[in-house]
Design a protein around this ligand. Structure first.
Ligand SMILES: Cc1cc2nc3c(=O)[nH]c(=O)nc-3n(C[C@H](O)[C@H](O)[C@H](O)COP(=O)(O)O)c2cc1C
Length: 453
């Protein structure tokens, strides 16, 4: 349950001017902190790079906001969190126009934080309002319900073609609230057989001038056992009926020749909660992983998944695949009757157009600079196969989503666009797609798929 509280931090600055062990009182009508009562006294501490809000009594709930290695002044962060939550609460029942403006106003604050910290903050905010009346308010504002947007692909029904790409909800904690923000499906993960913490920080970088990100997260996730159980619980407990795909990847500790057993284990753990499984053989941040796109390696992995009873299997490709390698993968799609192709993952290439000083960071580039390359690969794959394609890479508006659909994608996904455009993006794209369909005389998304082929 979510209640309204006000935090008034006081005292406890150290000699560096940083706040530690700040003692605050909760008053009515401001910050929402689940599990705390109006009038509660709480302690706020910075521990191991997290801000901890804890009630004075031992049964209290801890609220963690990762702040990596940097310690921000607690009062500053609280003021921002409080405004953020209040703004979102205020926005329920108000038009999405207000929310768009609020995000624009709040974006500089998020962008002042390290990217992973900002992601964590947004993640925590979304998780806090998930399955509350606020989520229902979001759903009313953001979902565009229109039969013309519906897509049938690989045996699943999608209310609209716009999904969340892998990596945003790595641990399958947010499918319901992402559905309420208007997405027609969510691909969670990448999930590995073994829980892993990923590469050292910093490992995510904003290229603001380029509307792009570079990440070398290294597949940090809670592991197949935990995520599998969470997904099964979602099935029983949460109020979300859109398709959930699970992106599965190779554990860092597993040699590539043991990849089939590793993927198979992960598949078995997540199978109950997955509507489709996306075989990620294209992560550029995991040693040797892209080699798995080669014909023999991929065929052994797919064999292992089929042996385990996998029914709806898609494969996710890297954008730099050579023509020959695309042909090989397409042969496997035919041979193994694969259900779909997701194109593309991030790129290790650095287009000359990049302006940001961060372009030299190691890792996979996503966002606007990837858009055209990803659309070209959608078309190359669509020319070669009839299975549904999920087009990913640089989608940040309705025109970009429509271009991928016309190039042959049945569905699109996005991650980086959400960072730059904010929470109204799925709604904006879906509303824009309806207009674009009308302008071009199509009666549905399905009739526009592959129109440019
Ligand atoms: C921080 C971050 C983490 C990602 N993690 C994964 C992952 O675990 N598995 C995967 O297949 N793709 C992952 N991706 C790639 C995205 O799913 C997507 O393919 C790529 O970012 C291109 O889409 P975009 O331009 O809309 O971001 C990640 C991307 C980012 C930015």
């Amino acid at each position: 349950m979510v209640r309204k509280k006000k935090l008034s931090p006081s005292g406890a600055k150290d000699e560096n001017g940083e706040y530690h062990n700040v003692h605050v009182n909760l008053h009515e009508d401001e910050l929402t902190v689940a599990g705390m009562e109006i009038g509660d006294e709480v302690f706020v501490r910075v521990r191991d790079g997290k801000i901890i809000i804890q009630k004075a009594n031992p049964e209290s709930v801890e609220h963690d906001f990762w702040i990596t290695n940097e310690v921000y002044r607690v009062s500053y962060v609280f003021t921002r969190i409080r405004r953020f939550v209040s703004a979102f609460e205020y926005s329920v029942g108000v038009s999405e126009v207000v929310i768009r403006q609020l995000y624009r106003a709040f974006r500089p604050v998020l962008f002042a934080l390290p990217p992973e910290t900002a992601h964590r903050l947004v993640h925590t905010g979304l998780e806090t309002v998930q399955q509350t009346p606020i989520e229902r308010g979001f759903s009313n504002q953001f979902r565009v319900d229109n039969d013309r947007l519906q897509v049938e692909a690989f045996g699943q029904s999608f209310d609209n073609p716009v999904g969340v790409a892998a990596g945003f909800d790595k641990n399958a904690e947010l499918p319901s609230i992402l559905g309420a923000l208007g997405f027609g499906h969510v691909e969670v993960g990448g999930v590995t057989a073994v829980a892993q913490s990923g590469n050292g920080r910093p490992r995510m970088f904003r290229l603001v001038e380029d509307e792009a990100l570079i990440n070398r997260m290294g597949l940090n996730n809670h592991g197949a056992d935990v995520i599998g159980e969470r997904l099964s619980n979602h099935r029983r407990e949460i109020d979300y009926d859109g398709p959930i795909g699970v992106n599965i990847a190779l554990s860092e500790s597993t040699p590539t020749d043991e990849a089939p057993a590793d993927y198979q284990y992960t598949y078995k753990q997540i199978a109950e909660g997955a509507d489709y499984v996306a075989v990620n053989v294209s992560c550029p941040n995991s040693e040797g992983m892209q080699e798995l796109q080669q014909r023999d390696s991929l065929s052994r992995i797919i064999d292992a998944l089929t042996d385990a009873g996998a029914e709806t299997v898609l494969v996710k490709l890297a954008p730099e695949l050579s023509f020959g390698a695309v042909e090989d993968v397409m042969d496997l799609v035919d041979i193994f009757n694969l259900d779909g192709v997701i194109t593309t993952n991030t790129t290790t290439e650095r287009p000359e157009s990049l302006e940001s000083v961060k372009q030299g960071e190691r890792g996979g580039l996503s966002g606007a600079p990837l858009e055209d390359q990803a659309t070209r690969l959608v078309r190359a794959v669509a020319e070669r196969t009839d299975v549904p394609i999920i087009g990913v890479g640089g989608v940040s508006d309705a025109a970009g989503a429509y271009a991928k659909i016309r190039a042959g994608a049945s569905l699109v996904q996005l991650y980086t666009g959400l960072v730059y455009q904010g929470p109204t993006l799925a709604r904006d794209i879906n509303a824009g797609l309806l207009q674009l369909l009308k302008d071009d005389g199509f009666d549905s998304i399905e009739s526009a798929i592959g129109a440019d082929l």
